[in-house]
Design a protein around this ligand. Structure first.
Ligand SMILES: Cc1cc2nc3c(=O)[nH]c(=O)nc-3n(C[C@H](O)[C@H](O)[C@H](O)COP(=O)(O)O)c2cc1C
Length: 365
């Protein structure tokens, strides 16, 4: 199956809020765990992202908003001057190639480990519920430990950390930010009742469980503008032990409430992240797309035909590709030429140096 590249909306420009995209092919956020001490992006991150600058939009790897927000070895931050300087060379390199780039801002919450926390502290979460699974630490995989429930005044500080990191991102030259509300990290932990057992006004009802999300989105949009702010959600993904007893009304309320922030876009992981698109059969992503008044970016397991069809049928305004961008720096040109895609080596997804990072060649190599 081929797409008609002349008429395909994939290759047509668009705007998402204040973000100008040369095409609708977005590079999804991809953690690569290669940052330097101080959680500063390595110099070759500028090469890596610039190689991928023909994407209509690059969403950076998940980037912590504070030292306590970290949950994996060697992930970068965006809250110190040194980190901002590191990111500045990335954004300059992408802009020099005509690209557009936002930073994905995260707080991992309970998906961490004391060895990754300042002073070896216990990770924090909405509630003291230990996630199943293992943390990726500097010395290997370690079982997750019981997190500590955030106090109310601490929640306010985490909200401020998101706003601070967003302001720092603009200083670093990013065109905007994507708030990471997906994949079982802190915002998602507040949303879903599998991880949120609070009895105060951040837990219990759907209104209460969406409070933290709206506070973060409110603070970030106030800091840098809604038209430079995107949000990623994954209503049914099971990754990182995320689960909810009734996700449809929860995410409907969340998306309805997001309309007031006039976001640049809403980025939806449809199904299980990196897995089955029909992980929760019957869950209606189209209904969420219709509730949302802004631009809708779809992700998860798309190939060019699926992406082309979704755009033509109005089911999305842009499509994010994750794994294909690892081994295909010129994914846009390859899709346009109908060329076969290279396959990435999972052994070099996380950690290490430039091997499996900047050495995947472009078509004309
Ligand atoms: C190596 C790797 C790293 C990832 N890192 C992130 C991340 O930092 N933030 C995020 O939201 N999703 C992350 N994801 C999920 C991807 O953004 C994407 O949702 C997933 O790969 C499904 O899209 P695809 O089928 O186009 O690959 C990662 C996936 C992979 C394979």
């Amino acid at each position: 199956m081929f797409i008609d590249v002349v008429t395909s909306p994939l290759f047509q420009p668009t705007r998402l809020g204040a973000l100008a995209l040369a095409n609708r092919i977005v590079m999804a956020p991809l953690t690569r765990s290669r940052a330097l001490p101080g959680d500063v992006p390595r110099p070759s991150a500028a090469v890596y992202y610039a190689q991928r600058a023909s994407a209509g939009l690059i969403i950076s790897e998940a980037t912590q908003v504070s030292d306590a927000a970290k949950g994996y070895a060697w992930t970068p931050g965006c809250y110190t001057d040194e980190q901002v300087a590191g990111w500045r060379s990335v954004t300059d390199a992408v802009h020099a190639r005509g690209g557009t780039i936002v930073v994905q801002l995260w707080h991992v919450g309970r998906i961490s480990h004391p060895s990754l926390q300042p002073g070896g502290a216990q990770p924090v979460a909405p509630s003291a519920v230990t996630p199943r699974g293992q943390a990726f630490t500097e010395t290997g995989f370690e079982p997750h430990e019981e997190p500590r429930a955030l106090e109310r005044d601490e929640i306010r500080r985490v909200v401020d950390d998101f706003a601070h990191a967003a302001a720092m991102a603009r200083r670093a030259g990013f065109d905007g930010v994507e708030i990471h509300g997906a994949n079982g990290y802190l915002i998602d932990q507040f949303l879903r009742d599998g991880s949120n057992r609070r009895t105060d006004d951040y837990g219990g009802s759907i209104e209460n469980r969406t409070r933290f999300l709206f506070e973060v989105v409110g603070a970030v949009t106030q800091a840098i503008g809604g038209d430079r702010t995107g949000l990623r959600l994954s209503p049914v993904t099971p990754v990182n032990d995320a689960h909810d007893s009734d996700p449809a009304p929860l995410f409907r309320h969340a998306v309805e409430g997001l309309n007031r922030f006039e976001l640049a876009y809403l980025h939806m992981i449809e199904g299980a992240t990196g897995g089955a698109r029909n992980h929760a059969p019957g869950f209606d992503f189209g209904a969420l797309r219709r509730v949302f008044k802004g631009a809708y970016m779809a992700n998860n397991g798309y190939n060019s035909v699926m992406a082309d069809t979704a755009l033509r049928e109005g089911r999305a305004d842009a499509i994010a590709f994750g794994r294909p961008f690892i081994a295909n720096p010129d994914l846009v040109e390859r899709l346009k030429a109908g060329m076969p895609l290279a396959t990435a080596d999972p052994a070099t997804f996380y950690g290490g140096g430039d091997e499996g990072y900047t050495d995947y060649p472009a078509m004309d190599g």
